[in-house]
Design a protein around this ligand. Structure first.
Ligand SMILES: NC(=O)c1ccc[n+]([C@@H]2O[C@H](COP(=O)([O-])OP(=O)(O)OC[C@H]3O[C@@H](n4cnc5c(N)ncnc54)[C@H](OP(=O)(O)O)[C@@H]3O)[C@@H](O)[C@H]2O)c1
Length: 394
């Protein structure tokens, strides 16, 4: 029996993780759950899985959770940053599934590593912001950081048992998102509703927009750089519209090892839970004949500048990636609220990066300071671009 904490249990990955628990009742047990705002769903999950501790992002959320709960005996309930840390470091927890969106889980993941817990990481922002710190802490403490993101999970499977000297490059596949074939002009007019329709994956709103701008792949380049200790110029992105090859590794003799599978996040989640073993799963087999073909294309960094910006951030060992990530979150939020055009997202990010004073990533405090400054800058920039949008539409 492996005891789990799930950060972000009410989200897309969190709910899939609970499906994996349901499919493996003799192997996995939920000990701790954390959510952001969805008190009703967390109450349902906690009643079903009976964790020892739960946490919500705010004390208002905790009040709603208590109301939803009623009179039945309750687990310990915590709130905010301390709540997330308490969930991730609960003494009974062995594996922390980090499936919360955004940057909130950074301190909790670092605390869990310090407490000797293994980490199964779906969240990209933690490594994008503080990859050097997190991976160094994991090495020092001797704990595993197992990727759930399907591309990194695929690479982890392809690398299994291989020495770093055997690896020539990593090849990340990308669906290309819903606007793969759109012209620059057409990209200017894209709406949030269109951007939220991903062709192959069902995901949360933020990551779906990141897929449409290709910033998602950019974040993955930075994630791969830290997870696999690989310089960015040896990480290549290939558009593969069918999303059947989840990623590949080229070895020093030119052989390419790929991991293929159905597009279902329960597969990488289960692998992260079972590693180094493999468990049976009820997911359907891949029907290659029905699939018929696999296509590959080069990404277009002119139409999708977020990818170029991410390579630039990946080459820096300082806080440039923190600034990029912060500006992206602000810009995506403004786009989803209808305040910013789709094409303005990379503009906000690039200008924020240009203005950023880089620092060495020495501590979580440095990361948080850079994150706060970049958010403020991007917000102001977003407001100015908003005004221009309003003027040009009147
Ligand atoms: N979805 C995928 O297929 C996929 C694939 C690869 C990687 N990822 C990565 O995995 C992460 C989660 O993605 P998702 O698609 O599952 O997102 P999502 O559906 O939006 O879910 C986000 C989860 O995070 C929780 N949350 C937000 N702020 C929080 C806070 N301050 N404290 C605690 N919990 C908080 C949310 O809680 P409430 O709902 O209660 O507010 C929710 O449970 C992202 O970093 C994403 O890039 C996702």
């Amino acid at each position: 029996m492996k005891n789990l904490a799930i950060l972000g249990s009410t989200g897309s990955i969190g709910r899939n993780a609970l499906n994996v628990v349901d499919a493996n009742p003799t192997r996995l047990k939920v000990v701790a759950l954390a959510a952001g705002d969805n008190a009703m769903l967390l109450a349902e999950q906690a009643q079903r899985y009976q964790p020892a501790i739960v946490a919500m992002a705010t004390s208002d959320g905790v009040d709603r959770l208590r109301q939803a709960w009623g009179a039945a005996p309750r687990p310990r309930i915590d709130a905010g940053q301390d709540g997330l840390i308490a969930v991730a470091t609960h003494p009974d927890v062995e594996l922390v599934i980090c499936a919360s969106s955004g940057t909130a889980a950074l301190e909790a993941v670092v605390a869990a590593i310090d407490a000797g817990k293994a980490i199964a990481l779906a969240n990209k922002e933690v490594l994008v912001m503080a990859g050097a710190l997190v991976m160094e802490a994991a090495r020092r403490r001797g704990v595993a950081v197992l990727p759930i993101d399907s591309e990194h999970n695929a690479i982890h499977q392809c690398l299994h048992g291989r020495d770093a000297s055997e690896i020539r490059r990593l090849i990340l596949t990308a669906s290309g998102g819903p606007f793969r074939d759109f012209s620059r002009d057409a990209l200017e007019r894209v709406t949030p509703e269109e951007a939220l329709r991903h062709p192959t994956w069902q995901m949360g709103r933020k990551i779906t927009i990141d897929s449409a701008t290709m910033m998602n792949k950019g974040l993955e380049i930075i994630e791969a750089r830290w997870l696999f200790d690989m310089p960015p110029d040896r990480i290549e992105v290939v558009i593969h519209p069918q999303s059947v090859i989840h990623s590949m590794v080229e070895l020093s003799d030119g052989s390419v090892i790929a991991q293929l599978g159905v597009t279902d996040m329960r597969l990488p989640i289960q692998y992260a839970c079972s590693y180094p073993d493999r468990w049976e799963s009820t997911l359907p087999s891949l029907d290659l004949v029905r699939l018929g073909r696999l296509d590959f294309l080069s990404p277009d960094m002119d139409r999708f500048p977020c990818l170029r910006l991410a390579y630039r951030a990946a080459r820096s060992t300082g806080t440039l990636a923190v600034a990029m990530n912060a500006a992206n979150e602000i810009a995506v939020e403004a786009f989803l609220d209808g305040r910013l055009s789709f094409a303005a997202i990379p503009r906000v990010i690039e200008q924020t990066m240009d203005a950023h004073d880089e620092e060495r990533v020495e501590s979580v405090e440095v990361v948080r300071r850079a994150d706060g400054q970049a958010r403020e800058y991007a917000r102001e920039l977003g407001r100015r671009l908003e005004l221009k949008v309003l003027r040009s539409s009147t």
